[in-house]
Design a protein around this ligand. Structure first.
Ligand code: GLN
Length: 477
């Protein structure tokens, strides 16, 4: 197996044992990028020189006989809405095309403290708004399993980089499924931690009450390693939780005996592709055969999740995006006066989907409509949260499809935003409730496209998710 297809934990052992060098590994990743990037398009910016210099520093440390951190010397990609000091951070938007942040996002800083090798900044839907990476202001990303298909989104570049051998792991962000859905489409493990587990400091805000940084990895062990690195309270983000961060590698135990796993009826309905449903039901059978108890449950307000999300997220987005006015950040398009300058800047530099969200959000927040839309959505949010609280009185985990179908064709949904929004039905409830969730690969459909299942846990119970995901992975399909 090529180095670029190995896991971080395998590569760590090879590095520490001096069987390979970080320079060799980094060169191998860039060789793969040179071969594949034309077809996949996972990156917006490559940091080849920095990566090469950083790899040398790791090799020097190993040569001195020092022990290295679990992710030290491991090549990774960072979604381009996560600020990296001195490295262009565009959010895949023309408005931030030349923005170079003066500071690091905390999650990235924590990885950098382990001396990971950053290969580049990964493509996304503009400002993380979308589910296919086709809304990038620069170029599309293609699914490494089938170049005619989307990689999912909005963290499509981060998912495709790992699936395509262009990074060993990556960071993404998940506001309404943007880690889990592309992970499912690309056949990798994608983890969204509990809201507040990872600091949002330096993550460019989309919908602040929903946004969360998480990981893409080849396997569950790597997932635990990345979570260990990025989780934890941060005084720069008052919404980050003060809860103790466990050592997530301790959850890598292949045993689900006695676990109660709920299958919510509302996630196995019309609209869910038959092959997806069969795959997820087989996962349930697998868990049962390994000693877990499978119970039918109900999350009765699921049908309102999409409308709730597509009011709350755009409302917060409209507010957060007010800062891009041609004055403080990014691009400016001149005009006769300040109002014209701001209008020209925003008209020219924001893409269609971003403008759509700004309009929906401002409409939902405007006097006269606030009570009917935004306030109502907040009330329904509470009902959706309560559904999960009730369900978790009886079960330890909830098992669902990650997405209603496998990866779709490029261009298939771009003309119908509502159809695209409906793709998020299985993932957005988890953000609305602030819960942790993972997508784990579970085989392929007849067209050879990856399928994934989702495990949802109680707030701050990433450990049980990891334990079940690991058990599944170890025991195979
Ligand atoms: N597809 C969802 C949206 O378009 C999710 C985005 C995300 O999680 N960043 O809003």
């Amino acid at each position: 197996m090529a180095l670029h297809d190995k896991t971080a934990h395998e590569l760590h052992d090879l590095l520490q044992a001096k069987k390979i060098s970080a320079a060799e590994l980094t060169a191998d990743i860039f060789k793969r990028i040179d071969e594949a990037e034309d077809k996949i398009g996972a990156y917006l910016t490559l940091t080849r020189d920095k990566a090469t210099a950083d790899a040398k520093a790791v090799d020097d440390k190993i040569a001195r006989g020092e022990k290295i951190f679990p992710l030290e010397g491991i090549p990774c990609a960072i979604k381009d809405n996560i600020c990296t000091k001195g490295i262009r951070t565009t959010c895949a938007s023309k408005i931030l095309e030349n923005f170079i942040p003066p500071y690091d996002a905390t999650a990235y800083k924590k990885l950098a403290a382990q001396n990971v090798i950053v290969v580049g900044k990964a493509n996304l839907d503009e400002f993380a708004m979308g589910g296919s990476t086709e809304n990038s202001g620069f170029h599309v990303t293609r699914n490494p399993h089938n170049y005619d298909c989307v990689p999912g989104g909005s963290s499509g570049g981060s998912a495709a980089a790992v699936a395509g051998g262009e990074a060993i792991f990556s960071l993404g962000s998940d506001t309404g499924g943007s880690i889990r859905q592309p992970a499912s489409f690309c056949g990798v493990v994608g983890f969204k931690p509990t809201y507040g587990r990872v600091s949002r400091y330096g993550l460019v805000a989309f919908a602040s009450s929903l946004d969360q940084i998480g990981s893409f990895t080849h396997d569950v062990t790597d997932c635990a390693l990345v979570l260990n690195a990025i989780c934890g309270h941060d005084e720069m983000d008052s919404t980050s939780t003060a809860a103790q961060v466990p050592d997530f590698t301790k959850s890598l135990v292949a045993d689900v005996k006695g676990l109660k796993i709920g299958l919510p009826a509302e996630y196995f309905v019309k609209g869910i592709d038959a092959e997806v449903e069969t795959a997820v039901r087989n996962v349930a059978k697998k868990f049962e055969s390994l000693g877990a108890e499978i119970v039918e449950i109900s999350l009765p307000h699921t049908e309102y999740a999409i409308s709730t999300y597509y009011l709350i997220a755009p409302a917060e987005a409209a507010t957060n995006l007010e800062r891009y006015d041609g004055v403080s950040y990014g691009a400016r398009v001149d005009g006769a006066d300040v109002v014209e300058m701001m209008t020209n800047t925003r008209t020219e530099k924001f893409g269609a989907e971003v403008k759509r969200r700004i309009m929906i959000g401002n409409y939902a927040l405007s006097a006269g409509y606030y009570d009917a839309y935004y306030l109502k959505a907040l009330k329904v949010r509470t009902l959706i949260q309560k559904d999960f609280i009730d369900a978790f009185k009886n079960v330890d985990l909830i098992l669902t499809p990650t997405t209603p179908n496998a990866a779709f064709k490029l261009g298939e949904m771009t003309s119908d935003p509502l159809k695209m929004y409906l793709q998020d039905i299985c993932t957005v409830p988890v953000n609305i409730a602030g819960l942790p969730g993972v997508s784990v690969p579970c085989g392929f459909n007849k067209s050879n496209l990856p399928l994934g299942f989702q495990l949802i846990g109680k707030a701050l119970d990433e450990e049980t998710i990891l334990r079940a995901a690991y058990t599944y992975e170890v025991n195979g399909l």
